[in-house]
Design a binder for this molecule. Structure first.
Ligand code: PLP
Length: 228
């Protein structure tokens, strides 16, 4: 009961700090369905998970009008499990994966929206396209032939650091890349409009650099329970 109250309150606090036009994706990974329901009852409809198994376990037991996003590293052999219902995949990081999403979208009779994950942070994850790779990939034009997957923007994570100037520079470089890609490849595609940047620790910085979508977990739900 008390925890539920906290979730509604935390959610409101985050919403109160968002700029107009910035949408909130509630990152519910490693939190139980009860916690998601609390946020749902407080009005939140967009949730994101980063593990396929967890996503497919939660989706059927929660309300149908939830928009499920996927934000974790996605292996091609797992796309089929989420293809029937996922509404946005933030972590599209290879042509091979894009082909598989297209194939599974076709099987379900859906067009699946994706973001190109851009690698800008110094560290850890090796996932995502570098700016050079993404330009090269889009230049081939092969993606235009894939009619069951639609690129609607970019996703990026900044380096995990206290250096806010550095975080700001990284987000700014992704925002500039977004503009370049928009002008070169997506001029006639209004759907290409999302910039998914910012987590609990840096979403305030991200929205100063053009983020349209922030992915906030711990600031809403508290610490994650990895034994879930
Ligand atoms: C877990 C995760 C988040 C949310 O992180 P918090 O710090 O809990 O807000 C956002 N984006 C991605 C890609 C994640 O994996």
């Amino acid at each position: 009961m008390e925890e539920g109250f906290m979730i509604a309150e935390n959610l409101q606090q985050v919403k109160d700090t968002l700029k107009p036009g910035v949408s909130l994706v509630a990152v519910s990974k490693f939190h139980p369905v009860e916690a998601i329901r609390e946020a749902y009852d407080a009005g939140q409809r967009v949730f994101a998970e980063s593990h396929v198994q967890e996503l497919v376990a939660k989706q059927p037991v929660l309300p149908d009008d939830i928009e499920w996003h996927f934000i974790g590293h996605l292996q091609t052999n797992k796309v089929k499990y989420m293809a029937p219902f996922v509404s946005l995949i933030h972590s599209m990081d290879s042509v091979k994966l894009m082909k598989e999403i297209d194939k599974q979208g076709q099987k379900c009779g859906r067009v699946i929206d994706v973001l190109l994950q851009i690698h800008v942070a110094a560290e850890e994850t090796k996932f995502g396209f570098t700016p050079e790779e993404v330009v090269e990939m889009l230049s081939t034009g092969e993606w235009r032939t894939m009619s069951h997957v639609r690129i609607v923007g970019l996703m990026a994570m900044a380096t995990n650091t206290d250096d806010e100037a550095r975080i700001g520079r990284e987000f700014e470089s992704v925002a500039q890349l977004f503009d370049v890609l928009k002008n070169h490849f997506f001029v006639d595609e209004p759907a290409f409009k999302e910039l998914s940047m910012g987590m609990s620790g840096d979403y305030l910085i991200a929205q100063e650099h053009g983020s349209t979508m922030v992915r906030v977990g711990s600031k809403i739900f508290g610490e994650r329970n990895y034994n879930l």
